[in-house]
Design a protein around this ligand. Structure first.
Ligand SMILES: Cc1ncc(COP(=O)(O)O)c(C=O)c1O
Length: 414
């Protein structure tokens, strides 16, 4: 993202009207990211589908755009399924994932006619069967496998290592395939895996892809036909120092090229991808105001009005996002520790060298389009911020600010 002019938006007017903290998402950039990924993949393999990982940012406005661009949605809950439906996606454009789908969710997904419910255990497959029996349909199922890759990423973002809670290991995968073959309630569609998020090492993608092909071969040998789709998950990393995905995308595409040119890759199979961060990560900023500037034992603090409840990536993963000051001020840059209003020592965004700050100054936290507003909470009784989106120079409120009534409404005082 360019820091000059911020996509040509008048951010001062935006905050005058909508206050802070406020997310702003640039849909033109989401489109650009989508096209960059599609064109890269198209050069390697033309039969592919992009199912956007809704968890990265579940705004219906984004889902609509993804749909316009020819993509679908990867969902992991009833809420994400419903958001996709409201964005106008049809069943065939939705993929249902997640290690703990409930019976209700599974039935809703099958009823909606999703492209595939990707199961992660034999018990889950039996739950799918019951739902299919109730609905008197055949359920399209995929098998999420554990690729056994310990990706070089934050330990909370590595999902595909051996013994993780995600996916089927080789033994339960075989058992699930045999079960699927035995029962006529299934249409076994594909094999899926996800190495993890923020992956930058080509070898992590490659190991995952190669292991996935082993699972594909087992699919063919047990069921007697090749999978209709092979789903390689998401994980393309965003460089939070530059706001750019190109390094990871290059490595991902090299690994992808080896995958589809492998003799075990079945002809005509659809390649499925589930990118989240790579599509929206660098397309969002969080606007926040300085509430107070103070010194504490020689350390200079700027307390801002966005907290870990609004944006929790720093508190959760210890990562630092770029911050820029939007209030022009003369003077030598100074080192500030930026902290939020939440009563936790983890509610700190890091140390930044910034032009002198004063109460009321406006700052922007960059590259917060993925896992920003989607991870926000009401901790400390704080209403969640709004998200404004810009598209072709026009700005609208995609999600309004939460009110105190919104957050107290569910309580009953006995
Ligand atoms: C199954 C699955 N697919 C896709 C994604 C999206 O990952 P990313 O945003 O790193 O592309 C995730 C993220 O956790 C995931 O769990």
């Amino acid at each position: 993202m360019s820091e000059d002019g911020f996509w040509g938006l008048d951010l001062d007017s935006i905050v005058k009207e909508h206050g802070t903290p406020t997310y702003v998402v640039n849909l033109d950039l989401v489109e650009k990211n989508f096209e960059a990924l599609s064109s890269t993949v198209r050069r390697i393999y033309s039969r592919f589908k992009i199912f956007y990982a809704v968890k990265a940012n579940p705004l219906i406005t984004i889902l609509k755009l993804v749909r316009e661009l020819g993509g679908g949605a990867e969902v992991v809950s009833m809420g994400e399924l419903e958001a996709s439906r409201r964005a106008g996606l049809n069943g065939g454009e939705v993929l249902f994932n997640g290690p703990g789908k409930t019976e209700v969710e599974i039935e809703a997904a099958i009823g909606f006619g999703v492209y595939s419910v990707n199961v992660e255990s034999v018990e889950e497959l039996m739950t799918v069967r019951k739902a299919a029996e109730r609905l008197r349909v055949k359920a399209r199922v995929g098998f999420r496998v554990n690729p056994g890759v310990k990706a070089a990423t934050h330990k909370y973002l590595a999902l595909g290592f051996q013994g993780s809670k995600f996916g089927l290991d080789a033994k339960s995968y075989r058992a699930a395939l045999h079960e699927a073959k035995r029962t006529r309630r299934f249409l076994p569609m594909g094999v899926q895996m996800h190495v993890g998020s923020q992956v930058f090492r080509e070898s992590d993608f490659q190991k995952g892809f190669l292991n996935l092909l082993r699972f594909v071969n087992v699919f063919k040998s047990v069921l007697g036909f090749p999978p209709e789709f092979i789903d390689i998950g998401g994980g393309i990393g965003l460089n939070y120092e530059t706001g750019d995905t190109s390094i990871s995308l290059n490595r991902f595409s090299r690994a992808l090229s080896k995958l589809v040119n492998n003799p075990d890759w079945p002809d005509g199979t659809t390649l499925v991808m589930e990118p989240g961060r790579a599509l929206v990560g660098n397309a969002g900023i969080l606007l926040t105001r300085v509430l107070y500037v103070k010194e504490s034992n020689g350390r200079l603090w700027a307390i801002v009005d966005a907290g870990m409840n609004d944006f929790m990536r720093t508190a959760l993963y210890g990562v630092k996002h770029r911050v820029v000051s939007l209030t022009p001020r003369r003077g030598r840059p100074v080192k500030y520790a930026l902290g939020g209003p939440v009563c936790e020592s983890s509610d700190v965004f890091g140390e930044y060298v910034l032009p002198p700050l004063k109460k009321g100054d406006l700052l922007a936290l960059l590259d917060v389009g993925a896992y920003g507003c989607s991870m926000s909470s009401n901790y400390n009784g704080r209403p969640r911020p709004p998200t404004l989106v810009s598209r072709l120079g026009r700005v609208h409120v995609a999600e309004r600010r939460e009110t105190i009534d919104d957050i107290l409404r569910r309580q009953a005082v006995g």
